[in-house]
Every structure is written in C-alpha cells, then in structure tokens.
Design a protein around this ligand. Structure first.
Ligand code: GLU
Length: 445
C-alpha cells in the first residue's frame, strides 16, 4: 500500500474535509504493515474501497419554530460500510455538523463496530440543528421533519441509527414515533429506545460504563486500579454521567466536568447527588456547566478553559473530537497522568496521541474505549429480534465481556517490542482485519 498516494488521492477528492482525512490517516498509518504483509488486500483494492463511503444521503429539513418562523437545516446519513452487518451508528445534532465530521465518525464506526464482535456495519448521520435552547415542541417538530426524509433509507436489516451528541432518549422517542408511522412497522429500527417500547437496560449508561471497564483493564496492566485515583473528565452529558457513576462505584474520584463555557473543578469529588444534577443540567437543554458551581459550594467554575490543566491520575475526554490537543497532553504528562482513555470519538489530536506514545503513557482510542455504547445497541437489536428483554445483570455481563475482548484484541495486535501496548495500533488492526477479510469474501461490490 502506498499511503501517501492514497492520502493524496483522497485529499483531492474531498478537499478541506479535515476531520475525515485525519481519521483515515490515523487508521492507515497503523495498519500499513499488516496491509503490506497481505498482498491480497492490495490487489483487491480493499483500502481504496474502504476509505469511500458506500453512499451519502443529504437532505433539507424545513421545520417551523415556536414563533411560527420557518427554519431550514441540513440532514445527512453516511452509509459507510456494511461488510459485517447493517449500517449502524448514531445521529449527531450539533451546529458544527458537516460532511467531514460525519464521514470521520462513520469511518471510525466501521472499526469500532467490528471490535464489538457483533454483526454491525458502520454509518453515521445527523444535522446542523442545535437542540440547545429549543423547546420540547421544537425538538419534536425538527425530529419529525428529519425522519420524513431519513425513513426511506433505514430499516432494521438495512441501517439502524441511534443517538450521539445532541441526540438522547427524548430525540430517539420523537424520531422513532415518526418512523413507525411512516414505515408502518414496529421493528425497533432505532436503538437507545425507551425501556417501555423496545429499549435495552444499561443502554443509557453503556458508553460510560464500557469506557470505565476498558480503562480498568488498561490500569490492571500496570497493576493499578481506580481505587483512590483522581479522574478528570470533560462533558456533562450521558457519556460523562455513565463514567462518573462507574468510576465512583470503583472507588475513584471524579474531579472535573466541562461544557463549552468552561470547566468545573471539585476537589471533593463529583459523586452522589452531584451526579444526578448532571442529568438535570443536560435535561435543561442549556449547553453550560456554570450553574453546577452555584449549586455545590466545593465546585469551582473555571470559565473558558479545559479540564486537562488539572493534576489528575486518569484523564477521560467525554465530549467531542479534538478536545484534547498537544499542549493539553503536555500538561497531563507533566502532572504524572497514569492513563488517558478517549471516551469521545477522536477526542485527542494527532499531536496529543503522538506525545502519549512517545512518553509511553497508556492511551486508549475512542473506537475501543467507547465501543460499549454501540455494543449495547447491538444487544438491543438482538433483544428486539427475539422479542425478549434481558435483565440489567445479563446486559451488563455481556457489555463487560465485550469490553474485555476488545482489550485483549488490542494487546494481541498492539503490543510493541518493549512491551508497551499501542492501543491505537491494536484496535485499528483488529477492526481492519475483520472488515477486510469480510470484504475479500464478499467480492468487489
Ligand atoms: N453514537 C454512539 C457511537 O459513537 C453510539 C452509536 C450506536 O449506538 O449506534 O458509537
């Protein structure tokens, strides 16, 4: 494989798609050796086929706000690769959403879903609609208008969307209601549904819980545990909430959360009622964490900054792509961080990841660390197909098992000569081999 030629071609075809090109480069760099050892991939042009989405669906979403004014947003679904199963991946509603971001997320999702060992291909979708500050009625009208287009291209055996940034249980409810009405079927096409109508126990917590199970294994490789450790996290949504719950249960102390307005530092730890308050903050549809400091006296609000300047044992970015850069990584390393686990998708910039690797700090990439969310989505699909619901314990045990198997796959493919585990390489190679072998078996399609 000639990495530079492939990247140059891709840049020509998709100029300016910075996030997409960043995600592809990271994967290709780490699988280069494996591809060169397997000439059959080269002759079947597996890489050239893998880096282009199967298709991109773009549509206009007109809707009417509470003032009676017409609003127009853009809607997208990127169906990236279905070698392993139906396209599967979340919907992101955020003003930053564009084709580059959804293509990077869809591309990452292929390998993440492969790592779960469940039969799911990779896809992603969303809109530049901003749910923050919108009324429930506005959110409902937008979701209905969005589904009016999306329903034509999804289905329980075709493409199964779910939530992501800006899309939680409420949005999934409105989207599902409209899908059911249009498609005249109740087959569970979206995951992250409510418990009373086809959802799975543990799905809301799954990304956070899974991330902590994975990090626990990373720590165990250094004979460490969460017990007594300080943990800095970013974000304050579903993902951060799940991480905070599980870290606290395992004896760790969450000392930060964050929003676009700044971060909260609480040296007494964010536990108990403070964790419940996170959900209230999120439900308020306001994109801010400042009110947290008004509510709890031990919490300090640091405006306009990111939590990575705080001394911590473990850092777990839980918000958005490229939220931890090279300078942040330097501060974490100087402050003696033991492990960094990306719970957000591509939360760290390439400069940050390179520094962690140079300094031999265990670093877990999003596609491994946050795979628990989509894994429990896969388990939700299984329960829907069986028309049965598993208990909390059953789902949690399966999630635990899946996260452990991903960790093992990273060790198998990512252990370097000096014993350092390069989790980026491990996750990329393990995910890639599964998808590439399936593509070889299925011919040029
Ligand atoms: N948006 C989540 C992710 O990035 C979950 C996707 C899903 O459950 O399909 O993996």
């Amino acid at each position: 494989m000639n990495l530079n030629n492939i990247m140059n071609d891709l840049e020509k075809k998709h100029p300016g798609e910075v996030e997409f090109l960043q995600a592809v480069r990271e994967v290709l760099e780490s699988i280069e050796e494996v591809v060169n050892e397997n000439p059959q991939f080269d002759s079947a042009k597996v890489i050239e086929r893998l880096v282009e989405p199967d298709r991109v669906i773009m549509f206009k979403v007109p809707w009417i706000d509470d003032n009676g004014d017409v609003q127009v947003n853009l809607g997208y679904r990127v169906q990236f690769n279905n070698a392993l199963g139906p396209y599967k991946g979340g919907l992101r509603f955020h003003p930053s959403v564009n084709l580059s971001i959804l293509k990077f997320l869809g591309f990452e999702q292929i390998f993440k879903n492969a790592l779960t060992t469940l039969p799911m291909g990779g896809g992603k979708g969303g809109s530049d609609f901003n749910p923050k500050g919108k009324s429930d009625n506005e959110i409902m009208r937008f979701c209905q208008a969005f589904m009016l287009e999306l329903w034509k291209v999804i289905g329980p055996e075709t493409d199964v969307p779910a939530g992501d940034v800006g899309v939680g249980g409420k949005e999934i409810g409105y989207l599902y209601g409209m899908y059911k009405k249009l498609a005249r079927e109740n087959s569970g096409v979206l995951t992250g549904k409510g418990l009373g109508w086809g959802g799975s126990l543990i799905r809301p917590e799954a990304t956070g819980f899974g991330g902590v199970y994975f990090t626990k294994e990373m720590l165990a490789m250094q004979n460490e545990t969460f017990e007594g450790k300080t943990v800095a996290i970013s974000g304050f949504g579903n993902v951060a909430w799940g991480v905070a719950l599980k870290v606290t249960e395992l004896g760790g102390k969450i000392i930060t959360i964050s929003g676009p307005d700044g971060y909260i530092y609480d040296e007494e730890g964010i536990a108990g009622e403070k964790i419940d308050y996170l959900l209230e903050l999120r439900a308020s549809n306001q994109d801010i964490v400042a009110p947290f400091a008004d509510e709890f006296p031990s919490a300090k609000f640091i405006p306009g900054k990111r939590p990575w300047e705080v001394k911590c044992d473990i850092a777990m970015p839980c918000a958005i792509q490229n939220e931890l850069n090279g300078d942040d990584a330097k501060l974490l390393v100087e402050n003696g961080v033991l492990a960094v686990a990306e719970v957000s998708n591509m939360g760290c910039t390439p400069e940050a990841v390179t520094l962690f690797h140079e300094k031999k700090i265990p670093f877990g990439p999003g596609k491994a660390v946050n795979a628990g969310g989509v894994a429990v989505s896969g388990l939700e699909m299984t329960q829907n197909a069986m028309k049965l619901a598993w208990t909390r314990e059953e789902v949690d045990a399966k999630l635990h098992h899946i996260m452990s198997s991903i960790h093992t796959a990273c060790i198998t493919h990512g252990t370097e000569d000096d014993g350092y585990i390069n989790y980026v390489k491990g996750a990329n190679i393990a995910g890639f081999l599964k998808v590439a072998n399936a593509m070889m078996d299925q011919g040029v399609i």
